[in-house]
Design a protein around this ligand. Structure first.
Ligand SMILES: Cc1ncc(COP(=O)(O)O)c(C=O)c1O
Length: 495
């Protein structure tokens, strides 16, 4: 029996001196200053409805940059101090706050290391922000197929052998981009892959959108910085406790031009970056240092408890460390519960919808065969029990009908005809999806979440892709980013 202590006392008495930006923001908002700058709500004076629903304290702390508060476009004071503490916490040489999510962090990493025409090696199961960064930078993708789990219908991570092979085949690769972990928690042997890449003079950039908690608990996979990656982007807001959109960029390579990185941040970041977001990073960092290991230990126990209970439900199976037996998976983040529902007479999309509509349970995502439930530093046993009870009822409803609803999902193996940028800027036309086989796609189409493109600009549309899109439509997947929301037509490069 797994013991769960639902009352981990988190220290709210962390010394405020250790949270310099948050401290400065609180003091600044408490000062009697006649404000003739933006924002126009002027602390808690202008918009009563927001005071009522957000609270006066938040409105007072929503300020713009001032000489007292440093400036994120060129930090030299309090923001720099707080960024340096973040770098130390992550074992990085340098950290930058990013206020438009890891999406922006990924754009900055790629723009900083890739010039138009440079080749970048990447797995195909990347987030759409990576493909969009190639449109911005003019980089040329060289895809490596990640390993694939047929039973779960999901892509895993990269095997060392495939990375070595592709590096041998392409001698002009400048950058390897990879995920640590995948959305579902699978990590490769990052240290080894980085070693191989560095020997060939290849920079390694890592998407750690789902791994901001890794350095703070010993049973989690090793972080990109620990493994020696050159840069990584972390969504502190996903698993680290900061406010939504508050991410960070980490650097661990003295040869990376920090000034160029900052220029690229400033190319993409608002000149009015939110102090609430930035100081939430400062607070989340302090919390992870003081309470992270205890909170994550609790999350781990909860995840194992949930797994043991869920695995007793008919038609349901939780897959976590079992992935370690697969190629391309050397570490697994067990706090990501990949709950396979393929033996119910339901798709993951349907279970996802039933959970939020009928049971008041919001999971991270549903796909064809699975739902993904994230157990994080804020998850409670009460909520885990609610998830378990809801799935017991859903399983009972499916009872009698329980069967293997396997539709054979295969990994898409795209053929790239044009760079994402050339396709994006080409002359385009909308044609019937059914008639689009062998055309060059000029837009990205994906289910969100996870936001991994099924097809992206520059790739040949195959019958397999058309069938997969139709299957997702039939299963009510939330398809996004395409011009025609109904997806009766698709945008292609005009011949
Ligand atoms: C793998 C992956 N990378 C990057 C991102 C983008 O992160 P953010 O939402 O912080 O912009 C996401 C978002 O879901 C993601 O799943």
């Amino acid at each position: 029996m797994i013991e769960i202590n639902d009352s981990v006392e988190t220290m709210c008495d962390i010394d405020i001196e250790k949270i310099p930006l948050l401290k400065a923001l609180k003091e600044y908002s408490d000062r009697d200053i006649a404000c003739f700058d933006v924002p126009g709500h002027v602390r808690d004076n202008g918009v009563e409805i927001l005071n009522k629903y957000f609270g006066k304290q938040i409105m007072k702390m929503d300020i713009n940059s001032s000489p007292f508060m440093d400036n994120v476009s060129n930090p030299t004071g309090i923001i720099k101090e707080s960024q340096d503490l973040l770098a130390k916490a992550y074992d990085a040489d340098k950290a930058f706050f990013i206020t438009n999510g890891t999406t922006q962090g990924i754009h900055v990493m790629i723009l900083s290391c890739i010039n138009p025409g440079d080749k970048i090696l990447l797995p195909r199961n990347v987030h759409k922000s990576v493909i969009n960064a190639l449109i911005l930078s003019g980089g040329i993708p060289v895809y490596i197929q990640p390993e694939f789990d047929e039973c779960l219908g999901i892509s895993l991570n990269l095997s060392i052998e495939k990375v070595e092979k592709v590096i041998k085949e392409h001698n002009e690769i400048k950058v390897l981009f990879l995920l640590n972990p995948t959305y579902y928690g699978a990590c490769t042997d990052l240290r080894k892959i980085i070693e191989i890449c560095h020997k060939s003079g290849i920079l390694v950039l890592v998407d750690e959108a789902h791994g901001a908690h890794f350095p703070f608990y010993s049973d989690l996979p090793p972080s990109a910085m620990k493994c020696g990656a050159d840069m990584s982007a972390i969504s502190l807001h996903k698993t680290g406790g900061s406010l939504t959109q508050a991410s960070a960029l980490l650097i661990k390579n003295k040869n990376i031009d920090e000034k160029k990185v900052l220029q690229n941040i400033n190319l993409l970041q608002s000149t009015s970056a939110s102090y609430l977001l930035m100081s939430s990073i400062d607070g989340a960092r302090a919390n992870l240092i003081s309470n992270g290991s205890e909170q994550l230990a609790k999350a781990f126990n909860l995840a194992r408890y949930a797994k043991s209970k869920l695995n007793k439900i008919k038609g349901i199976e939780v897959i976590s460390y079992e992935l370690l037996e697969k190629e391309g998976v050397n570490f697994v983040d067990e706090t990501k519960l990949c709950i396979n529902v393929s033996k119910l007479n339901l798709s993951g999309f349907e279970v996802y919808e039933m959970l939020y509509k009928d049971f008041g349970v919001q999971v991270e995502l549903g796909d064809m065969y699975n739902i993904l439930a994230l157990i994080s530093i804020g998850t409670t046993k009460h909520d885990v029990d609610k998830l378990i009870k809801s799935l017991v009822i859903i399983s009972n409803m499916a009872n009698g009908k329980v069967h293997d609803n396997k539709i054979n999902i295969k990994q898409i193996d795209p053929s790239v005809k044009l760079s994402p940028r050339s396709a994006f800027y080409s002359i385009k036309e909308s044609i019937d999806l059914e008639q689009s086989e062998n055309k060059i796609c000029a837009e990205s189409i994906m289910a969100y979440p996870p936001g991994i493109p099924i097809v992206s600009p520059g790739e040949i549309i195959t019958q397999e892709i058309i069938d997969y899109i139709k299957l997702l439509k039939e299963n009510n997947a939330r398809l996004t980013d395409m011009k025609d929301k109904e997806l009766k037509t698709i945008l292609v490069v005009k011949e």
